[in-house]
Design a binder for this molecule. Structure first.
Ligand code: S3P
Length: 158
């Protein structure tokens, strides 16, 4: 069964996926390959709604594979995606507190997320709050990673 890592931006989904399986599939990287541009560029050219459509298509394809998959933080927003996740994969929610995540997101100059660029800290906190119930709805396991190192998280999930 596909093992899916879920969580807000900055939760460490890709790092943990790589540690669990060096051949993991990175949903955002595959989306960028398909779009032929960065997610940030696509957001500003085509808008978030079009991005979400591509994201859903790629998710459906990845869930056919029996591998570890790291997702983008907004994958749980659509009901269709949540239904796909609930029926096709083992979903691990990497949960962390907002301030920790915000620090990581703002420090990550190599990956400037559009939702970070386009929203104030308060607006992003509201998006984080809204999504909690969605991550929890699809999660088969919730791991609070706020105080854990990547090594500890990987050990815990192995
Ligand atoms: C998004 C998270 C990003 C990326 C896009 C939208 C979101 O992925 O998919 O910028 O809506 O939370 P990461 O969670 O890997 O940063």
């Amino acid at each position: 069964m596909t093992k899916v890592l879920l969580g807000f931006m900055g939760a460490g989904k890709s790092t943990i996926a790589r540690g669990l399986d060096p051949n993991y599939l990175d949903m955002d990287a595959l989306i960028e390959k398909r779009l032929g541009m960065s997610i940030a560029e696509f957001f500003s050219e085509m808008g978030e709604e079009t991005f979400r459509q591509v994201e859903s298509e790629v998710l459906a394809e990845l869930l056919q594979r029996d591998q570890v998959v790291s997702t983008g933080g907004g994958v749980v927003v659509s009901q269709r995606n949540r239904d796909l996740l609930k029926t096709n994969s083992d979903n691990i929610y990497l949960k962390a507190d907002f301030d920790t995540l915000y620090q990581r997101i703002s420090a990550d100059k190599d990956n400037q997320r559009p939702l970070f660029l386009n929203n104030s800290k308060e607006e992003l906190a509201a998006i984080f709050q809204e999504r909690q119930a969605l991550y929890e709805e699809v999660a088969s396991r919730i791991l609070d990673v706020t105080e854990l190192s990547p090594e500890e998280i990987i050990e815990e999930l192995r």
